[in-house]
Design a protein around this ligand. Structure first.
Ligand code: NAD
Ligand code: WQD
Length: 335
């Protein structure tokens, strides 16, 4: 089948980008990955190729490097860019706010300038539910007030505003900022998934390491939240559902100026629900202990995903059982 066109995936070797590459290819587009491998490994690109049955083109480059970005965009004729490259560790962003501004915000500026030079006018951007700050009401729809509660969140707000200016600065430009809730899980093949460097910050990779015996127990951050079982509630979304959402956005980009759309399931799960689902589905033990609340956390956050249904014709299909099953299978095969 002839390709429908080339899609450049910045950060395409990462957890989410690798799954997006697979879904983009399945929809008939040709993905090209661009990554500097600061938080990912080159072997991921090979595994995406293995999954697709043919190698995927990969450009090793930093989005902040204008020359490299010009060379990259000049060497392909990109229909659109899916911009996933970014640093995402909240704690690290508090320690190194300048690094986050430089990598995420300035990096996006350089990328947009290169797109301008080569006439690429479509972008799907990896935004985050972090732009809503501490939830004021639930579920969280796209009109919820915005605020940054850490430097990482500030970068997502800054980039969304930069994209507002960019779509207004020239004719026929189209952007969809997808505000992800909590992506977890892995591809059903167990060839690609989430493998953060060092001790994980996020719940699911931490649970996986405890289940494998690599860490002694999970610290549950707070057992006295105003939630049904006292532990924090989040909207976990399977990474394959999330990746499908990017294809849906890509297909409808030309009807958009700059739209912001939540990608979540609309269903909240508590920390203990995640732990118990993990134990039940995978037949393993996840020892845990209740610890003090983590600074900056909220009791509960979950999406109103109805705009994604209306605008993209997209809904999450996979539930918590599939998320914990696939995260575990990946950890045991490739993690
Ligand atoms: P990840 O760390 O696995 O992937 C990010 C990728 O971007 C990595 O491969 C990294 O090497 C690359 N990268 C970073 N800076 C780069 C640069 N300057 N030039 C080129 N490549 C660079 O993270 P992920 O979970 O796949 O996240 C992808 C995007 O989604 C990020 O922008 C993140 O902020 C956003 N996001 C993630 C989550 C989440 O919980 N995973 C939630 C909301 C939004
Ligand atoms: C989930 C729940 C914790 C670890 C983060 C980013 C956010 C967005 C999504 C990128 C909470 C609890 C966690 C642990 C625990 N990412 N927990 N023990 O905080 O909802 O959001 O990822 O844009 O910006 O902040 O996700 O996975 O860290 O935590 O009890 O060891 O698990 O308190 O209730 P979070 P998380």
């Amino acid at each position: 089948m002839a390709s429908r066109g080339t899609i450049l995936l910045t950060g395409g070797a990462g957890f989410i980008g690798s799954h997006v590459a697979v879904e983009v290819a399945a929809a008939g587009w040709t993905p090209v990955i661009l990554d500097n491998f600061c938080t990912s490994e080159r072997s991921v690109v090979e595994r995406v190729g293995e999954l697709l049955g043919s190698p995927v083109r990969c450009i090793g480059a930093d989005i902040r490097d204008a020359q490299a970005m010009h060379a990259a965009l000049g060497s392909i004729s990109a229909h659109a860019v899916i911009h996933l490259a970014g640093l995402k560790a909240v704690g690290e962003s508090v320690e190194k706010p300048e690094l986050y501004q430089d990598n995420n915000v300035r990096g996006t500026e350089v990328l947009l300038a290169a797109m301008d030079r080569f006439g690429v006018r479509r972008m799907v951007f990896s935004s985050s539910c972090t732009v809503y700050g501490t939830p004021q009401r639930l579920p969280i729809d796209e009109s919820h007030p915005l605020s940054a509660i850490n430097p990482y969140g500030q970068t997502k707000l800054d980039i969304e505003r930069m994209l507002d200016r960019w779509v207004d600065a020239g004719p026929d430009r189209h952007v969809c900022s997808l505000r992800y809730f909590n992506p977890v899980g892995a591809h059903a093949s167990a060839l690609i998934g989430e493998s953060p460097l060092g001790i994980p910050n996020n719940l699911m990779p931490f649970v996986v390491k405890v289940a494998r015996g690599e860490l002694p127990e999970l610290g549950v951050f707070g057992g006295d939240w105003p939630t049904p079982d006292g532990t924090g509630v989040r909207d976990y979304i399977h990474v394959v559902d999330l990746a499908r959402g990017h294809v849906a956005a890509l297909e409808r980009l030309d009807s958009m100026h700059h739209e912001r759309i939540n990608l979540g399931t609309g269903v909240g799960a508590s920390v203990l629900e995640v732990v118990h689902a993990f134990e039940r589905v995978n037949g393993v033990k996840v020892p845990y202990a209740i610890r003090p609340r983590r600074a900056g956390d909220a009791a509960a956050a979950y999406a109103d995903p109805s705009l994604a249904d209306r605008r993209l014709g997209w809904r999450a299909r996979l539930g918590l059982d599939e998320m914990v099953r696939d995260a575990w299978a990946f950890a045991n095969r490739c993690g």
